[in-house]
Design a protein around this ligand. Structure first.
Ligand code: S3P
Length: 432
């Protein structure tokens, strides 16, 4: 499936983006291993989260929904999962695969995990290394999926993460629920802390000391009722589009603004964007606000390295903002982008160049020279966020942009075309 975006227009009105993907995965996982019923509203019904739901169904967990964002999970307790009859298919989802690997390593049964071509290319060694130190026995294909997990008793470890990764941190903490002794992780830079917040919300105490988080197993997780906030990573495309398109004035309702996720707001604001955080409140243990974004001229900046992990999924949008900005934007310290759903440095650089933008590719980032975006064709390489970022570029391009291979937008933002059109983007969905 392809997108054709006709040039021009602006984004106006009020929209609600779907539920947060990271939080939605974690609700399903913790709800499944908690005791009692968990009910969630506002859950993301994207393919990635549906893969996590299917995984727990295959391990004997009764899950009703999702229906209009509502999900009901009958938790089976920490030791209540059953051996899945088949290989668990994580689809395109790195979060599903890495967190499940941690959660399954200490079970009393074996399991296998696989995923699509993109996921089978992504590094899993980063979770296998600490899990092996805990006593896990997991076979991989040269550090990649498919994974075969032989459930084993685990022991707690103190692990210093070599990469700033919330998935690795979460995988080790989830394995720690099944280990003997304490499990501690220390991260080199702050990453999203949804696992920590939600573990505590479900009744698992966690000791946070600077960059270190420790848990002692033995607590009972209890089912919860909670609302999932809107995904700031999905809102990011609208923050981008409304910032770059003249006459835009858009309100994004109920977006999660957890400080480990708001790097995009800080980066765009440093570039000159006009974003207001309104009606600050707390939803499901997470800070939430309505975001009002109005058009403003952007200028190129040097992106501080400390903001990279706090905006790690937003770089496709940031590349487009940089292309639309006056002057040069430099991105460093972002080598993790090379192992996302696609190599986002290479794919964004190639796409922008095909629209006439000068981009210097670096091993750990890029130097982007702001300029006029021409019409053209862009390969998304099946990467949802690359497809959505280039769709927004259409607002300021000099002619139509064709974006190839956009079906995976459904992994994180199934109603993106409808919502983008409602806000003012002239987007056509075409079969390839
Ligand atoms: C996620 C963590 C990040 C992010 C991904 C979701 C999570 O990955 O890119 O989209 O839910 O924990 P890394 O941990 O690989 O940085």
């Amino acid at each position: 499936m392809d997108y054709k975006v006709n040039a021009g227009g602006c984004l106006r009105g009020q929209i609600t983006v779907p539920g947060d993907k990271s939080i939605s995965h974690r609700v399903v996982m913790l709800g499944a291993i908690a005791e009692g019923v968990t009910e969630a509203d506002g859950l993301l019904e994207g393919a990635d989260v549906l893969a996590t739901i299917a995984a727990f169904r295959s391990m004997g967990v009764r899950i009703d929904g999702p229906r209009q964002g509502h999900l009901r999970i009958e938790g089976v307790g920490l030791r209540g999962l059953q051996a899945p009859a088949d290989t668990i298919d994580c689809g395109n989802s790195g979060t599903a695969m890495r967190l499940l690997t941690g959660l399954l390593a200490g079970q009393g049964f074996d399991s296998s995990l696989t995923g699509d071509d993109s996921l089978q290319r992504r590094p899993m060694g980063r979770v296998l290394t600490p899990l092996a130190q805990m006593g896990a026995e997991i076979e991989a294909q040269d550090g990649r999926a498919p994974l075969h997990i032989h459930g084993r008793p685990l022991r707690g470890i103190h692990y210093d993460l070599p990469v700033a990764s919330a998935q690795v941190k979460s995988a080790v903490l989830l394995a720690g629920l099944y280990a003997t002794g304490d499990t501690c992780v220390r991260e080199p830079a702050p990453t999203r802390d949804h696992s920590e917040r939600m573990l505590q919300g479900f009744g698992q105490p966690l000791r946070v000391d600077g960059a270190q988080r420790c848990l002692s197993p033995g607590a009972h997780l209890r089912g919860q009722s909670l609302r999932v906030p809107g995904d700031i990573s999905s809102a990011a495309f609208f923050l981008l589009g409304a910032s770059i398109a003249a006459k835009s004035d858009l309100l994004l309702e109920g977006v999660g603004i957890n400080p480990t996720r708001t790097g995009i707001v800080e980066i765009l604001t440093r570039m000159g964007a006009r974003i207001d955080l309104l009606r600050l409140r707390e939803v499901g243990g997470e800070p939430v606000a309505d975001l009002r974004v109005r058009h403003a001229p952007l200028r190129g900046i040097d992106i501080p390295a400390r903001l990279v992990p706090l905006a790690i999924d937003e770089f496709p949008a940031i590349f487009i903002a940089a292309a639309a900005a006056d002057g040069v934007t430099r991105i460093h310290g972002a080598e993790e982008l090379r192992v996302k759903e696609s190599d986002r440095i290479a794919v964004m650089a190639a796409g922008l160049r095909s629209l006439g933008i000068v981009v210097e590719e670096l091993a750990d980032g890029a130097i982007i020279h702001g300029g006029a975006l021409g019409a053209g064709e862009v390969a998304s390489h099946g990467d949802h966020r690359i497809a959505m970022a280039f769709a927004m570029a259409g607002l300021i391009a000099r002619g139509p942009i064709h974006i190839r291979d956009c079906a995976n937008v459904a992994t994180s933002f199934p109603n993106f075309p409808e919502l983008a059109r409602a806000a003012g983007l002239d987007l056509e969905v075409q079969s390839s």
